[in-house]
Write a protein that binds this ligand. Structure first.
Ligand code: GLU
Length: 488
């Protein structure tokens, strides 16, 4: 009896200490552990978020930072009246850990709400529904069901909702299912691998595929791998939820005002429409549209000592010579200037063709100055790439070129490295991070082709002479019968 009494007492003491310890841990976690509760954010004037460097979340686009998540987070920071600070995670796992440990206020990273994650973080209201889609290369047999994945290479990002789905499938219905998880690659890289035929399949969210498919013409979505799922921002579990409540109000405001729908439309509403233009279309449009703008291109060219046909080619690549053109990222006008660039070159109305051409030309001339030590024509091609993707990314690609023993001042060498900026292994060590690096390569190639066509179109009329019944074609020595198509 006596013995029992003592041990019960001991047990109660132990329980008491354990409870005290738990209370201390909780107080520490809620109190000082998380420095990102509503009042801390307001007092410090900074909202620190974590995200991923990817085309649907956060990336440097030309001379501005872009990305659906980034813009959404920026709006939340504006709503709170504080400054936004962005931290980029190396992997999805890091992202969750950083939120969990209270080092950041929230994660805005296209995160899917999953049971597994819900045990670690708290999600705000969802802002988008997506499904996971199986991506394959369209010149190969279209997979009809999950059975097709057996005996093939399926690669997904590590710690993703996609990996979680596969694990679930393996446990519940398909024990033979195998796949590879990559920590060092993000979705666009995996889609590119499918496009190149390096792997058979990958899984991406429908919004990601929507944003990417315009750039990877060979890939298609075969079927949905998951039921509809929800994307949301993640917050630390140990917190007073004050910031989470603010986010809830912010999202309902974004919904009511239609701003959320607008942002979705801008990023996911339509695909890049200015790709793959044939020579004939170009020449027809040159006849129909260019004459109106030619004097403006000539004027700007004179001012900056440039070739007007090059400026006109930029204008065609950018907007097909349409003064009112606009892109999903808010770039506008005939020369597609961002707001920042327009300000930089003193342009007020981007939709005015004259102002756009003046501004775009001044900007291009400025970019050329940044590469002034480089010989022509490489200097022009590098400046063009910078017009497309931003000078920072071009510099990054030049650095990679140099580190691989290439010549950073040669376009031929740099254009081989620009696409590496889509690969995490490379972009994670660069100053400006992820870029759709294959785009400037196509961009420069198209402009060179348009330029050659304009030069060809501009040359003196051929001369025909009648010799008997035959028409003999004679021409000045520099006349080219066939429109030259620049490769390289
Ligand atoms: N929504 C996916 C997730 O939360 C994104 C993963 C990815 O793009 O790799 O895991």
């Amino acid at each position: 009896m006596q013995h029992f009494h003592v041990s019960k007492q001991q047990w109660l003491i132990k329980l008491f200490f354990a409870l005290c310890l738990l209370a201390v841990v909780l107080i520490l976690a809620i109190g000082s552990g998380n420095k990102h509760q509503y009042k801390d954010v307001i007092e410090s004037g900074v909202l620190k978020i974590i995200t991923r460097n990817s085309p649907t979340t956060y990336f440097q686009d030309r001379d501005q930072i872009s990305g659906f998540e980034y813009e959404l987070a920026q709006k939340f920071a504006d709503y709170l009246g504080v400054e936004l600070q962005v931290q980029v995670a190396d992997s999805l796992e890091d992202l969750i850990t950083e939120v969990q440990s209270g080092n950041v206020a929230l994660a805005a990273a296209g995160l899917t709400i999953t049971d597994q994650r819900q045990s670690r973080v708290t999600f705000a209201d969802s802002y988008m529904d997506v499904t996971q889609q199986l991506i394959y290369r369209s010149d190969r047999k279209k997979p009809k069901s999950l059975e097709a994945l057996l005996n093939s290479t399926l690669v997904v990002t590590a710690h993703s909702s996609h990996a979680q789905s596969l694990l679930h499938l393996q446990k519940t219905s398909m024990p033979q299912l195998t796949w590879i998880e990559r920590d060092d690659a993000e979705v666009s890289e995996l889609v590119q691998m499918v496009e190149n035929g390096e792997i058979d399949f990958t899984i991406v969210d429908s919004n990601e595929f929507n944003a990417l498919s315009g750039f990877y013409p060979r890939v298609k979505a075969a079927f949905n791998v998951s039921e509809p799922e929800q994307l949301a921002w993640a917050f630390a579990k140990f917190s007073d939820n004050s910031l989470l409540e603010e986010a809830r109000e912010f999202f309902s405001l974004m919904r009511e005002t239609g701003l959320l729908a607008q942002l979705q439309e801008r990023y996911y509403g339509h695909l890049n429409q200015f790709d793959n233009v044939g020579t004939l279309t170009f020449l027809r449009q040159a006849d129909e549209r260019l004459s109106k703008y030619q004097p403006l291109f000539e004027k700007s060219a004179k001012e900056h000592e440039l070739d007007w046909r090059l400026l006109a080619s930029i204008g065609y690549q950018e907007s097909h010579w349409r003064a009112l053109a606009r892109s999903r990222t808010g770039v506008r006008g005939l020369m597609m200037l961002t707001l920042t660039t327009a300000k930089e070159v003193g342009i007020k109305n981007r939709l005015n063709a004259e102002q756009s051409i003046t501004g775009g030309s001044a900007y291009f001339a400025k970019l050329k100055k940044r590469f002034k030590k480089i010989n022509e024509p490489d200097r022009t091609w590098l400046a063009l790439a910078a017009y497309n993707v931003g000078a920072g990314h071009v510099r990054d690609a030049q650095k990679i070129t140099e580190s691989q023993g290439g010549d950073p001042d040669r376009w031929m060498d740099v254009k081989e490295r620009l696409p590496l900026l889509t690969k995490k292994k490379y972009y994670k060590n660069t100053q400006y991070g992820y870029a759709r690096g294959y785009e400037p390569v196509n961009y420069v190639q198209n402009i060179r082709k348009f330029y050659d066509l304009l030069v060809w179109r501009d040359q003196p009329e051929p001369v025909y002479t009648m010799v008997g019944k035959d028409t003999i074609f004679t021409a000045s020595s520099d006349y080219k019968m066939i429109p030259p198509l620049t490769v390289n």
